[in-house]
Write a protein that binds this ligand. Structure first.
Ligand SMILES: [Zn+2]
Ligand SMILES: [Zn+2]
Length: 96
């Protein structure tokens, strides 16, 4: 699957969404079976390797940070006019 550089959370794909350093990873905020839906709806962010998988607070290693990002993304979806019902239909659960 080709990854389009579209995110509802940022337009800046040069910078890590979490720390602002140079980004070289793409993180799909809702993974597994929901990865395709994340891709389609722009539920993804640019991250540096440290914030993505390597550091102690990387989203793939730190459940709190992962959850925070899941909430941020749903908040933005709803801020842009998406309904909670719609979000749950797409992602399968409510994080707020
Ligand atoms: Zn980072
Ligand atoms: Zn990831």
């Amino acid at each position: 699957m080709r990854t389009k550089k579209e995110s509802i959370l940022t337009d800046n794909w040069e910078r890590c969404y979490l720390c602002g350093r140079k980004a070289n990873n793409v993180h799909h905020i809702y993974a597994g079976s929901r990865r395709a839906a994340s891709e389609k709806h722009g539920f993804k962010v640019p991250l540096c390797a440290n914030c993505h998988t390597l550091g102690p607070r990387a989203v793939h290693r730190c459940p709190e940070r992962d959850r925070w990002l899941k909430r941020e993304c749903q908040l933005e979806f709803e801020r842009r006019g998406g309904t909670r019902f719609e979000f749950v239909r797409i992602i399968g659960r409510n994080y707020l």
